[in-house]
Ligand binder design. Sequence first.
Ligand code: ADP
Length: 248
Amino acid sequence: MTDEFILETHGLTKQFAGFYAVRDVNLQVRKGTIHALIGPNGAGKTTCFNLLTKFLQPSEGQILYKGKDISAMAPADVARLGLVRSFQISAVFPHLTALENVRVALQRQHGASFDFWRSKSVLNKYNQRAAELLEDVGLSEFANTPAVEMAYGRKRALEIATTLALDPEMMLLDEPMAGMGHEDIDKIAALIKRISAKYTILMVEHNLSVVSTLSDKITVLTRGKILAEGNYADLTKDERVKEAYLGA
Ligand code: ADP
């Protein structure tokens, strides 16, 4: 392990009843970068994500986060170390406002009991931090809007704000652009770029134009294995990638 890699896997493998969903994956994510994981359906991207956040236990191999072996850790402990995941299916509470959603996430993170509602100064502190996080994702003007009334793209931005409330150093984004129109895609792409100044990002994303403009490095998975890695320009020249993924 060198300091430059915040996350590394060695021989990461997951078998389901003898079938290798992920096989011998050696991933290296450099601190402070946007790293994309791409590949056709069934390539093993989701399984990889679930292994990294410990929602699944690896069959074999090691996962190192900031040099620490997290292979046998529970998901909550991994999140506490600063490696957090934003869920593909939006996890916001629909009837709470944007500010309340972020405040609840903050409260959970800090293990505060619901008693904090009784203390004005503590409540103010959480409200202030929640407002800062909403500003980070460009949602200040929607602070008092119930999540259910927010447009889809804004809900995704809110979801990212609730993830930021967990005080991460590294974020795993599972298809952050899924189901979005052009305008929302541009907004979320700009948001990811903005937050990447503070956080390392590993994302699974199908939208290749987003991947090409945002990513510092791309790892292509096929059939559970790494097929190729590099920047977008390198990969578009790689015949194996064209054949397996880009279909050109
Ligand atoms: P991707 O996210 O790239 O589409 P997945 O990680 O979801 O790929 O799946 C990789 C392979 O592993 C697929 O063939 C899938 O059917 C299989 N797989 C994923 N999860 C399970 C599971 N819980 N049990 C059995 N097979 C699984």
